[in-house]
Design a protein around this ligand. Structure first.
Ligand code: ZN
Length: 246
């Protein structure tokens, strides 16, 4: 099985207009995630950003993407509906999707979940510990019992998502909240993974464990070779008994 072709999509606005963010991610969050995927052996990695034509997600670009990684926050509303539709259609057809952090409010994620996707949040001095609650899952491979992030934004339950197919991580925060921070979903033929960490003012995407999870998820979310999806009226495979079809 060849390695999946990954596109790392980033809104790429905070890094350009907030010095606190550009101090952490001078080349953008997408550049750090792409480089970490390459260092984990995924050689076919490209990046795309909101302000590129068609947000860097043309039909051709998506056709050559097996797994799409999504980071967005302040400009969810600027993502064109036509591109959202294109991404959703590709996911239903089998493309993997990894939605990071504030991507919980992206049009793409909300469309695929069908719920409000809201949550509680706080930017303060919380530490986050992400407990692995599904140690046999490929996304948790090599992670150990938990990941610890010295400083992160808090996301708390209730997280308004449908019941996940699988829960991989549950986060605990210093303030006492918990959160379903690693969830898988299947939509059509596509696999979706939501992974919570990654507030733009913290160096979260440099964390070795976080990088490993995203690389594991890219491999897990890759399309499975199967028959193309087919719907509608069809002829029987066997000779049917005589009858009037009523
Ligand atoms: Zn955030």
């Amino acid at each position: 099985m060849p390695e999946p072709r990954v596109t790392v999509w980033n809104e790429y606005r905070h890094e350009l207009d907030n010095p606190r963010v550009s101090a952490v991610y001078p080349q953008g969050i997408h550049a750090v995630i792409a480089e970490s995927l390459r260092s984990h052996g995924l050689s076919e990695v490209r990046t795309a950003t909101l302000d590129e034509p068609e947000h860097g997600l043309s039909a051709e670009a998506l056709a050559q993407t097996d797994v799409l990684v999504w980071w967005g926050h302040k400009a969810h509303g600027e993502v064109q509906d036509e591109v959202v539709e294109r991404v959703v259609t590709r996911v239903l057809g089998g493309m993997g999707l990894i939605v990071l952090h504030s991507g919980h409010f992206s049009k793409v994620f909300k469309r695929l979940m069908g719920t409000g996707c809201d949550l509680k949040w706080r930017e303060a001095t919380d530490k986050e510990r992400l407990w692995v609650v599904n140690p046999g899952h490929p996304i948790a491979q090599g992670v150990g019992e938990y990941l610890e992030l010295a400083a992160e934004e808090m996301y708390g339950e209730h997280f308004d998502i449908p019941a996940p197919d699988e829960l991989i991580f549950v986060s605990w925060f210093t303030g006492g909240e918990v959160f379903r921070s690693g969830c898988t979903f299947t939509r059509g033929s596509g696999k979706v993974f939501y992974f919570r960490p990654g507030h733009e003012t913290y160096p979260t995407y440099f964390h070795e464990g976080v990088q490993r999870v995203i690389a594991n998820a890219a491999r897990w979310a890759a399309p499975t070779a199967s028959a193309p999806r087919s719907f509608g009226n069809r002829q029987p495979l066997e000779v049917l008994p005589a009858g009037d079809g009523q």
